[in-house]
Write a protein that binds this ligand. Structure first.
Ligand code: XIL
Length: 387
């Protein structure tokens, strides 16, 4: 069913107010209208991969991956190899996620899963990102029983030293600290309530970056966060607090090199304020930091069930966002949080109320290119060259 809002987004101005309920009729109308009067279409692009298009502008394109998909689904793995220049393990470098977690016990590390992803990267000449060393989520069960104010610094240092050294020289970049800001928690500086903050105070962030820099002086060290894109009071507050944090870290001489903007976009959100977003990115860049779009995808749970409409709106969200972001010369990479709708965390985390499969990524579940792919390709083509 096409709603008034869908019609508006599709440029179907003349349809608004027309009462039509047959989805067959609607899809005919959409196709006809797309052919003639759409304000924007997303035509198929040449066979050039997204990685090549990005690279032509001095950018990296990449995707999050899971080890078990790379192993069990060779067709999918081929698409990762053809499309990406960079990959990031979605779970394997978190303290505890998946069947074979990195931190099974307080004193042991199991690199089996993460090493498999690292080997895939090196076998296929893909750059590798590390995600993530310090986060309030994906902590193992033993963590709360074991870590306390007395030993937290030792646990933090030991974890970072061991994991970062293990991959030293092989990581393009590390998300050293993830999601440390949450103004809604009501703490000073907008810091999120986390076990690390509780045990170590605000300096846990500095300590983490220092430990990472010592363990791998070559990797780009990144602070990564979400909820920053839109012109809403919540996002305004988060942008301000993140900027303050980055400023503070730079002033303290903390070895931080880049900011990761997760970019889980909402396809139904209309409050994209280009000026505010541009200003935020420029402010981050003015601190001497590079910027990476680290987890791009478009949540479609509030969009029309009609796939034609939905894919168009998802593609528009990709292009509108990337056009602004790629205009900022400090942006060096764009990674989507997955490549195909076949495997996306949003199926579980942001499911559609109508139960239909979600369609947030550049490839559909059959690994075919969607309008979102064309939108990304065009955004890369239109991006200024980093030189
Ligand atoms: C998500 C993964 O995609 C899920 O599979 C996992 O269960 C939970 O974490 N921000 C982040 C990522 O920094 O680590 C999250 O990844 C998505 C939101």
């Amino acid at each position: 069913m096409i709603t008034r809002r869908d019609a508006f987004h599709l440029g179907l101005g003349t349809l608004v107010g027309v009462s039509v309920s047959s989805s067959k009729l609607l899809s005919q109308i959409v196709v006809q209208t797309q052919d003639t009067s759409l304000p924007r279409t997303f035509p198929a692009v040449t066979n050039t991969s997204l990685a090549e298009k990005a690279e032509a502008k001095g950018l990296y394109y990449g995707s999050a991956v899971l080890r078990h998909h790379l192993i069990s689904d060779s067709h999918y793995a081929d698409h990762i190899i053809q499309t990406c220049k960079m990959i990031v393990p979605e779970w394997e470098l978190k303290w505890s996620a998946g069947a074979c977690p990195l931190r099974p016990t307080p004193h042991t590390f199991d690199f089996t899963s993460a090493d498999a992803v690292a080997l895939f990267a090196s076998n296929h000449k893909l750059l590798l990102r590390g995600h993530t060393l310090v986060w309030h989520l994906s902590l193992p069960n033993w963590f709360s029983e074991t870590v306390n104010s007395q030993n937290a610094e030792a646990y933090l240092n030991n974890h970072i030293q061991t994991v970062v050294e293990h991959y030293a020289g092989r990581m393009h970049s590390w998300d050293v600290v993830n999601e440390a800001i949450e103004p809604q928690d009501g703490l000073s500086e907008g810091l999120r309530k986390t076990p690390w903050l509780k045990f170590l105070g605000a300096d846990y962030i500095k300590l983490a970056f220092q430990a990472a820099a010592e363990a791998d002086p070559k990797a780009l060290l990144v602070y990564n966060d979400y909820g920053l894109e839109y012109d809403t009071p919540k996002h305004d507050a988060k942008r301000a607090a993140v900027l303050k944090l980055l400023e503070r870290l730079k002033t303290q001489g903390v070895p931080i090199h880049a900011f990761g903007m997760q970019s889980h976009l909402d396809g139904s959100e209309t409050h994209l304020n280009l000026k505010k977003l541009r200003q935020f990115l420029a402010d981050v860049a003015s601190l001497g930091l590079k910027i990476l779009v680290t987890e791009l995808d478009v949540i479609d749970k509030n969009l029309s069930a009609d796939i034609t409409v939905r894919d168009h709106m998802v593609a528009a969200a990709y292009e509108d966002y990337l056009n602004v972001v790629l205009d900022e010369p400090a942006v060096i990479a764009v990674l989507t949080w997955g490549l195909s709708d076949r495997y996306t965390w949003l199926s579980e985390f942001e499911p559609r109320p109508d139960g239909l499969p979600v369609r947030p990524l550049p490839l559909d579940a059959n690994l075919n290119r969607k309008l979102a792919w064309n939108a990304m390709a065009r955004a890369f083509d239109n991006a200024p060259n980093r030189g």
